[in-house]
Design a protein around this ligand. Structure first.
Ligand code: CDP
Length: 211
C-alpha cells in the first residue's frame, strides 16, 4: 500500500506521515529531505542555489545515507531547497529513488508513506490513499517559528511567515511538478485541529481507501 501526503510548508505533513507509518508499520520517506540535502550540498560548495550545474551534480551524486538531518533543517536550506526543486533535472535525478522506495519499501515493509509536494500527482499517481494537508499560512508559520525557536533560531515570527509564504509561492508557481492537490486527494485542513484529531481523520480516510 502506498500513502501519499502532500501539502505546503510546515503544514504538519511530517508529523502526520510518521504517525501513519508507525500505525501500519510502513516505511516512511520525507521527500523534502532529498531536496533539502541537494540544496545543502550546493550551499556547502559555496555556490548560489540558482547555479543549475552545481545543483544537478549534487542531485545526481546524492547519497541518502549521508544526509545530515539537523543541518538540512535551517531556513536557509529550506529556501534554497525550493529553488533547486524547480529545476527539472534535479527532480528527475531523485524521482527513481522515490518510486523505488514506494514500490519496494525497505525492511520488507508492507507499505510506504511518502510526504512532499508532488507525491500524489507525479511520484506515485497510483497511490492507494492521497492526502493534501494544509493550514492557514499564519498558523503554519507559527508552528514553524516555535520549532525553529526550539532549535535556537532568533528569527521573528513575521520573518518565518515571509519565508514560508515565499517558498509556497515558488512551489506553486513552478512549471514542473508544482504543489497542488491530486484530483483524488482528501483535503485535510489542520488549522483548527489537534495533532490527534488530524491523525484520526487521516486514518478514517485511509481505512476507507484500503478496499
Ligand atoms: O518541512 P517543510 O514542509 O517546510 O518542507 P520540506 O517538505 O522539507 O520541503 C522543502 C522544499 O523541497 C519544498 O519547499 C519544495 O520546494 C521541495 N520539495 C519538492 O519540490 N517536492 C517534494 N516532493 C518535496 C519537497
Amino acid at each position: 500500500m502506498i500513502i501519499a501526503i502532500d501539502g505546503p510548508a510546515a503544514a504538519g505533513k511530517g508529523t502526520l506521515a510518521r504517525a501513519i507509518a508507525d500505525k501500519f508499520s510502513f516505511a516512511y520517506l520525507d521527500t523534502g529531505s532529498l531536496y533539502r540535502a541537494v540544496a545543502h550540498a550546493v550551499l556547502l560548495a559555496g555556490a548560489e542555489p540558482t547555479d543549475e550545474a552545481v545543483a544537478i551534480k549534487a542531485a545526481q551524486n546524492l547519497d541518502v545515507a549521508q544526509i545530515d538531518p539537523v543541518a538540512i533543517r535551517t531556513p536557509d536550506v529550506a529556501a534554497a531547497a525550493s529553488v533547486v526543486a524547480a529545476m527539472v533535472p534535479v527532480r528527475a535525478a531523485i524521482l527513481q529513488f522515490q518510486r523505488k522506495f514506494a514500490q519496494t519499501p525497505p525492511n520488507n515493509a508492507k507499505g510506504a508513506v511518502l510526504d512532499g509536494r508532488d507525491i500524489g500527482t507525479v511520484v506515485c499517481p497510483e497511490a492507494d490513499a492521497k492526502l493534501f494537508v494544509s493550514a492557514r499560512a499564519e498558523i503554519r508559520a507559527h508552528r514553524r517559528w516555535l520549532e525553529l525557536k526550539g532549535s535556537g533560531s532568533e528569527l521573528s515570527e513575521a520573518q518565518v511567515l515571509a519565508d514560508v509564504s515565499e517558498r509556497d509561492r515558488r512551489d506553486q508557481e513552478r512549471a514542473h511538478s508544482p504543489l497542488k492537490p491530486a484530483q483524488d486527494a482528501y483535503l485535510l485542513d489542520t488549522s483548527d485541529l489537534s495533532i490527534e484529531t488530524a491523525f484520526e481523520q487521516a486514518l478514517t480516510f485511509i481505512e476507507g481507501s484500503k478496499g
